[in-house]
Every structure is written in structure tokens, then in C-alpha cells.
Design a protein around this ligand. Structure first.
Ligand code: ADP
Length: 159
């Protein structure tokens, strides 16, 4: 029996890819609630606005009562505290991700000792999927259907 536990999966998700989706499916096997936390920084230029990303991801997980999607600003550890979450989930594709993620995880552990960062490995099929590249393909008029969940692709294509 799973103990009641909430994990926060933070990211920009601009756009939310099949790699991110697979991470959430793994996470709901491990935690009773998963909050996808869309970080937004007013100085950053995004392809999809925070509200668009919120709608896209909420639509994708509409049938999953244990998945919540929220916007946040500021420190991830503060967001975790406000939402009673003790776990930050991050995905690892390769050593480059690990090098970057471990520094953030250490800093977060210094800021808030009772919150742990847990890393999940990417599905091999999705190793090469990277939001930055997907965004560039989309901006240049390329087809991103292979890289993002079909429910989100259909939503974007309607607009
Ligand atoms: P950020 O801007 O915070 O790096 P991203 O939206 O790019 O956020 O990614 C959010 C999280 O998802 C990060 O932990 C990242 O490592 C992970 N991630 C990104 N792409 C993939 C993928 N293809 N498969 C699994 N995890 C991924």
C-alpha cells in the first residue's frame, strides 16, 4: 500500500513532450499525488504562455484525479512547502542533465532540508526529445507531432 505522498514535477514544459508525459506516468505509480508545476518567469520569452501550457497539460491529464497542474513563480522549495510535498521529481536523460540537476538539487537541499529531489531516468525512446529543440522546430514550421502527446498536438493544431 502506498503511503499518502505528494511529489512535485517542476519545469517549463514549453512545450510538454512525450518524455515529460512518460515521467508523469512513472511518478503516479510511486506517489499518491503528482503536481506538475509550471514555472514561469516574467522575464523569459515562452513559445506558449503559462495559461496555454496549463490548459494543454490539464487537458492531457483530465482523466487522472491524482495529477494536478499548477503555475508557480519563485522558489520550487517554497511551492513544495505550500503544497505539502516532500519530493521534487526531475528527469535525467544523460550526464549533462545529471551535472546540471545535481547542483540544483544540492542547492534546494540547503534551502529546505526536509525536501528530497528524486531523479527518474528517461524512457530510452524519448532520450533525444528536448523542449528547446521541439520549440525551434515548431517555430520554423516543422511537424512536432512525433514529440508531443497527441492530445496536446490536436489542441495546438486547432488554434
Ligand atoms: P526546465 O526548464 O526546468 O529544465 P523542462 O521543461 O525542460 O524544464 O524539463 C522539466 C523536467 O523534465 C526536467 O527534469 C527535465 O530533465 C525533464 N525532461 C526533459 N525532457 C525529458 C525527456 N525527454 N524525458 C524525460 N524527462 C525529461
Amino acid at each position: 500500500m502506498l503511503q499518502a505522498s505528494t511529489a512535485v514535477f517542476p519545469g517549463s514544459f514549453d512545450p510538454f513532450t512525450k518524455g515529460h508525459e512518460a515521467m508523469v506516468h512513472k511518478a503516479i505509480q510511486l506517489y499518491t499525488k503528482v503536481i506538475i508545476a509550471i514555472g514561469h518567469n516574467t522575464t523569459k520569452q515562452y513559445l506558449f504562455s503559462p495559461e496555454e501550457r496549463l490548459n494543454q497539460i490539464q487537458f492531457l491529464f483530465a482523466e487522472y484525479p491524482n495529477v494536478e497542474v499548477k503555475l508557480y513563480q519563485g522558489l520550487t522549495v517554497n511551492f513544495c512547502q505550500e503544497n505539502n510535498a516532500k519530493v521534487i521529481l526531475r528527469g535525467l536523460r544523460d550526464v549533462k542533465d545529471f551535472e546540471y540537476e545535481k547542483s540544483i538539487a544540492w542547492m534546494n537541499a540547503e534551502l529546505q532540508t526536509d525536501i528530497q529531489t528524486i531523479f527518474l531516468l528517461t524512457e530510452p525512446n524519448y532520450l533525444a526529445i528536448n523542449s528547446v529543440i521541439v520549440r525551434e522546430i515548431y517555430k520554423s514550421g516543422g511537424n512536432i507531432e512525433k514529440f508531443i502527446p497527441s492530445k496536446i498536438f490536436n489542441l495546438i493544431s486547432k488554434n
